[in-house]
Design a protein around this ligand. Structure first.
Ligand code: E4P
Length: 217
């Protein structure tokens, strides 16, 4: 299972990369806007930290504009993955990018049949948004299960990238279902480390050691 960080914040990306568990990065226009930096500069900084796929999203909504932006982004670095919204014009662009050998991440997926369309268009990744579905009382993980079943039935190569993750339980469920990638907010990466028995257990080991005559050799 690959772990991407869902962030455009350089401090978060650097810290997650330092943990040695990071395979890539996903950004979106909202995350980029939050940083208040030039998009190109931000991408260059991210690419210098992480040697793996970095999703950068287009903001045009017509095929021609999407392709123009995609080619600009693809020129920056071979690790750039073009993030494209799951709309008609987007999937037309994904088909031609895929034919050119440019990697794509189809975003804003909320149904299994949308995911099927993305696979047929040749998407490298599909990003189903589990948290946003949970938010409206629809089970986001059920969508992941359905997509994985459909892709396995027909041996589609499109990788399932679980997005809009809100808590470690989403990662657990994604792993049990065999999702290819989880893109995780920094806060959730942090939460995954935590267990009260780890903290109390470590404290007891250290206290017992201190009280004894044992010396570290
Ligand atoms: C990732 O690719 C998406 O842009 C992101 O996971 C959306 O997450 P949100 O629903 O927390 O904004």
């Amino acid at each position: 299972m690959k772990f991407f960080i869902d962030s455009a914040n350089i401090d978060e990306i650097r810290e997650a990369a330092g943990l040695g568990i990071l395979d890539g990065v996903t950004t979106n226009p909202s995350l980029v806007a939050k940083e208040g930096k030039d998009f190109r500069q931000l991408l260059d900084e991210i690419l210098a930290i992480v040697d793996g796929p970095v999703s950068a999203e287009v903001v045009s909504t017509d095929q021609e504009g999407i392709l123009r932006e995609a080619h600009e982004l693809a020129k920056i670095h071979e690790n750039i993955v073009i993030k494209v919204p799951l709309i008609r014009e987007g999937l037309k662009a994904v088909r031609s990018l895929s034919d050119e050998g440019i990697k794509t991440n189809v975003t804003l997926c909320f149904s299994p049949t949308q995911a099927l369309l993305a696979a047929k268009a040749g998407a490298t990744y599909i990003s189903p948004f589990v948290g946003r579905l949970d938010d409206i009382s629809i089970d986001g993980m059920e969508l992941i299960e359905q997509i994985i079943t459909i892709y396995r039935n027909y041996d589609y190569r499109t990788q399932v990238l679980v997005a809009s993750i809100r808590h470690p339980l989403h990662i657990l469920q994604a792993g049990l279902l065999g999702a290819d990638v989880a893109t995780i907010p920094f806060k959730v990466i942090d939460q995954m480390f935590a267990h009260p028995l780890t903290d109390s257990g470590l404290q007891r080991f250290l206290d017992d050691w201190k009280k004894s005559d044992a010396r570290f050799v």
